[in-house]
Structures are given as C-alpha cells and as structure tokens.
Design a protein around this ligand. Structure first.
Ligand code: SF4
Length: 347
C-alpha cells in the first residue's frame, strides 16, 4: 500500500469536488467523506452524471456543519486537548492508494491529543441533531455512523501510515453540547479493512467496464431508503421514486384527507388545553403532599379518607461512553439493542 501526504492543497472548492472521479492514471479517486456511501452514486459521480444541486435546507445543514467545526475544536482546546486544526485556507490533503484501482483522497479536520495522555491522532469533527447525537452516544460510532469511522481511519493511515487511536468529536446542534469517542487503533485498522473490502468491487467494476457511464454497479440501498431519498442521483437511479418523492399512503392504512388531518390537530389542541389546568392543579397538590410527607418522615399516611404514599423509585443509567470504550462494536451490538416505534407529536 502506498501512502503519501500531499502538501497543502488549494482550498477553493476543495470540499466541493465530486465524490468520485477518474485521475489521469485511470484510477478511481474517491473522496474519504463518501468512501462508505453508495457505490452506484460514486459511479454516477465519476462517470460525469450531473448530481441534483442541494436544496436550501440541505445547504443550510451543510454550512452549519462547516461553521461549527472550529467551534468544536475550540471547545476541545478549552477542555485541555492539544488540537492542531487544518489550515482553513490551505488544508493538508491526504491520498491513500487503497486498492490497485481505487485511491481515496480527503482533508482531515484536525489532529490532536487528549488531555494528559496519548499520542497525536486524527480528530474527525461531526455535527448531529439531538436524536442522532443521542443515538451515537448510545450505540457508538461504528454502529451509528460507520462512515465517520471509515473517514477517520482513512485520514489516520493517510497521515501517519499506520493505525493509531482516532477521535470522533460530535456537537449536538440542539443544545451545542459536544462529546467525543476514542476509536482505538485496532478498531481503526478494522475500519480501514472494511472500507477496502467495500471499495474493492468498485475497483473491479472499473477494471471490467472502464469508465462506462451506462455500466452501473448494483444499488447499495433499496428504493425508499433515507439514503436514496437524499441522494443527488435519485432522479437518474430511481426515476419513479423521484417523481413520487413525497410519501405515498401506506397500503393497509385508511386514507386520511388533509381536511381530516387539520380537524385532528384542532381536536388535539382543544383536548390538550382542557387537560392543562387540571394537570397543573394535580401537580401542585402532589408537591404539597410530598413536602408534608417528608416533614413527617413517613412513607404512608391516612388523610381525608385516602391513603397517601411517598413512593421512591430508583433509576439505573448505563454510562454508554465507558461501555463503548470497553467493548468492540460486535459485542456492543449484542448488548445495546435498538427498537423503533412511531408516534405523532403535535407542537
Ligand atoms: S438513489 Fe440510492 S441506490 Fe441509487 S445511487 Fe443514490 S443512494 Fe445509490
């Protein structure tokens, strides 16, 4: 494997180039940030299909992420980390020949060292909405955002030529809290191997078909997946889905008109308002009784023909950060399981 660290690259548009392209030697060159996305999307990008431009909302999300990157790094420095951010105008480019046919390129966000210990490694900065932030803290980076771990691994090998501990630092865009996960060197090594395995068939596809835009690799995602719905090549790859881009009613469920949905929101708001006052009165009364029971030092009392009990319950919390640091991703998967339910919230 050949690893080189380029000198500073021109930054203008450095983050905006296509996710994949062919270089002058005929290698497929893939951006590290897209290295575990969708192989068909990479092929579309490399063979010159025009991606749909991001809409205003997607641009805002993208710009928020970029704007918050230095904020996260400053917060880390204040917390005692030694951080060397990428030069914003001339970031160091990394090139990694991952397979005989595939090169990966990119620009690490920063390198640095945690307070008090460790050698310098790559810091990959991400921003997430509150629920994605929580999901990452609970499940760990390999499971919640494997592409971020792949990116950190590619930068680690590109910069240092070997596996080292890498850090994923994440900011919650909801309350601006930040946290980090150290990916130990052996997991960095595994992430690199996974990425290599994932990209090898795309290199083989290139070797067989040349840069043929009509010879498409298999899709990595099913129609209707969130990855496809936010893919810039959706209209080319799944024209039917792009046409119906708004969700169609689920079969088996009764069809609900917009008028009926509007009426449901009104009923909900009326019912919520009707409940608000008695709920407030109930809470106040219970607070008074709690104070009275504590004063008496008893857990149960008969009062006005009712039994009043002071119920004590204990909650147990798992420190996911410590758990994630102790276990590898496969073992964590057996211990921390995920269940998804659907509910409707009206605000
Ligand atoms: S629409 Fe889905 S399958 Fe097609 S290229 Fe995009 S992500 Fe891949």
């Amino acid at each position: 494997m050949k690893e080189t660290v380029n000198g500073p690259a021109s930054h203008a548009g450095a983050y905006d180039r296509p996710s994949a392209s062919f270089d002058c030697e005929g290698h497929l060159e893939v951006r590290a940030s897209a290295a575990m996305s969708c192989r068909r999307a990479l092929w579309y990008a490399a063979t010159g299909h025009e991606p749909a431009p991001p809409d205003d909302a997607a641009l805002t999300v993208l710009e928020t992420g970029r704007a918050l990157e230095p904020v996260v790094l400053h917060a880390m420095q204040r917390a005692g980390w030694e951080v060397t951010p990428a030069d914003a105008t001339r970031p160091t480019g990394v090139v990694l020949q991952l397979t005989p046919m595939v090169k990966v390129t990119g620009h690490p966000d920063a390198t640095g060292t945690p307070p008090l210990f460790g050698e310098g490694g790559v810091i990959e900065v991400k921003t997430r909405g509150p629920s994605a932030f929580k999901r990452w803290q609970t499940l760990g980076a390999e499971r919640s955002h494997p592409d971020s771990v792949a990116q950190a691994a590619l930068y680690t090998y590109g910069l240092f030529g070997e596996a080292r501990d890498a850090v994923i630092a994440v900011m919650d865009t909801g309350d601006r809290a930040w946290d980090h996960e150290v990916i130990p060197a052996e997991r960095v090594e595994r992430a690199l191997e996974r990425t290599r395995e994932w990209l090898t068939p795309l290199g083989a596809h290139h070797a067989t078909h040349g840069a043929n835009p009509a010879a498409l690799p298999e899709r990595d995602f099913e129609a209707g997946s969130w990855r496809c719905n936010s893919c810039p090549f959706l209209a080319t790859c799944l024209p039917g889905d792009a046409a119906e881009s708004t969700a169609t009613p689920q079969t088996g469920e009764p069809e609900v008109t917009d008028e009926e949905a509007r009426a449901a929101v009104s009923s909900y708001v009326v019912a919520r308002e009707a409940l608000r006052e008695p709920e407030g009165a109930k809470r106040q009364a219970l607070d008074t009784l709690k104070a009275w029971m504590r004063q008496r030092g008893s857990a149960k009392a008969e009062l006005a023909d009712h039994t009043v009990s002071l119920v004590r319950s204990t909650r147990y919390a798992v420190n996911h950060k410590k758990l994630n640091a102790l276990l590898d991703a496969e073992t964590r998967r057996e211990i921390v399981t995920e269940q998804t339910t659907e509910s409707v919230r009206v605000s």
